[in-house]
Design a protein around this ligand. Structure first.
Ligand SMILES: [Zn+2]
Length: 302
């Protein structure tokens, strides 16, 4: 349509894009004759969501500047309710290890997403030869529910929805007998029934992490699944391997796929540890990684 500049396929980053301004054609030689005379009409698709706006009021100890500086990007992944799953990569030039950090698999463990955001800052400030991939909130529907919920919008405990061997038998028996049909621990009708767990499952296959760090609360311990030697402590959290659950990420990644999974249980779901403690946990993680986690043979930077 002559006279209109239509911009209909602008990518939709979550950050506010600068408004496109209408400019008059520069007067003078060479000014194209078809420059818009009418206002430039723009179609700015509504961003998937702005995690810093959505999470800012919800997460403890996350100032807007910290969230903005985390520069989260929407992935292809979507929650049941259509919320984008956000991630951030922090990549060292000489990265040899790939580490996947996942928070808020359980939506009511608010401190877990907050810690992931703080650790993005730590990753940027601490030279280390890793490719970090952070997914601060795998369960944004549960996180944004009022009140927040452990389960996703379909009532599924995502940390029981991974395809561990014998899931069909074990997850059901575990739920019925051990949890007495606790609705907060419903594993779903089948493994990977949920878009959030499918996304993480696919991301593990794509990214092939050498280590997964899964952040939870509020039991105040460390757990470890998989090959190798677990970290004895991170900050004030000490190793206490609590067992193996059918369909959990630790069981699936650590036991079944051979990807070591450190599960952090923060002591409080509503409050983060102090800044110094979060940093100490980070430094302890790096120290343990440097001693114990090595890139998979044939692996490389990706
Ligand atoms: Zn949890």
């Amino acid at each position: 349509m002559p006279g209109w500049l239509e911009i209909g396929t602008v990518p939709a980053p979550f950050e506010a894009m600068p408004a496109l301004s209408v400019t008059e054609a520069p007067a003078g030689v060479g000014a194209p004759p078809f420059v818009a005379r009418k206002p430039v009409r723009t179609f700015m698709p509504a961003p998937a969501s702005d995690p810093c706006r959505d999470w800012g009021a919800r997460l403890p100890n996350v100032k807007p500047a910290l969230c903005t500086a985390a520069r989260l990007l929407p992935t292809e992944g979507r929650s049941n309710q259509g919320r984008a799953l956000f991630m951030r990569d922090v990549v060292a030039p000489d990265a040899q290890l790939r580490v996947l950090v996942v928070g808020a698999i359980h939506g009511d463990e608010l401190s877990s997403a907050a810690l992931a955001l703080h650790w993005i800052q730590n990753a940027e400030e601490t030279p280390y030869n890793a490719h970090w991939r952070f997914i601060p909130a795998l369960n944004p529907d549960g996180l944004m529910a009022r009140p927040p919920t452990r389960v996703n919008a379909k009532g599924v405990d995502l940390n029981r929805n991974f395809p561990t061997p014998n899931w069909a038998r074990d997850a059901k028996v575990y739920w019925e007998k051990r949890t007495r049909k606790d609705p907060r621990r419903w594993p779903g009708l089948k493994p990977l029934s949920e878009p959030e767990s499918r996304y993480l499952h696919d991301e593990m296959a794509r990214f092939q992490p050498d280590l997964i760090v899964s952040i939870h609360a509020p039991y105040g311990v460390l757990d470890f699944d998989g090959p190798g030697t677990p970290p004895p402590k991170l900050g004030r959290l000490y190793l206490d391997q609590v067992g193996i659950f059918p369909g959990s990420l630790g069981n699936y990644g650590g036991v079944h796929k051979g990807m070591p999974v450190v599960t952090i249980e923060l002591p409080n779901a509503m409050r983060t540890p102090l800044e110094a403690e979060m940093r100490q946990m980070w430094l302890d993680l790096l120290r343990w990684m440097s001693e114990r986690i090595h890139p998979a043979p044939g692996g490389g930077v990706r």
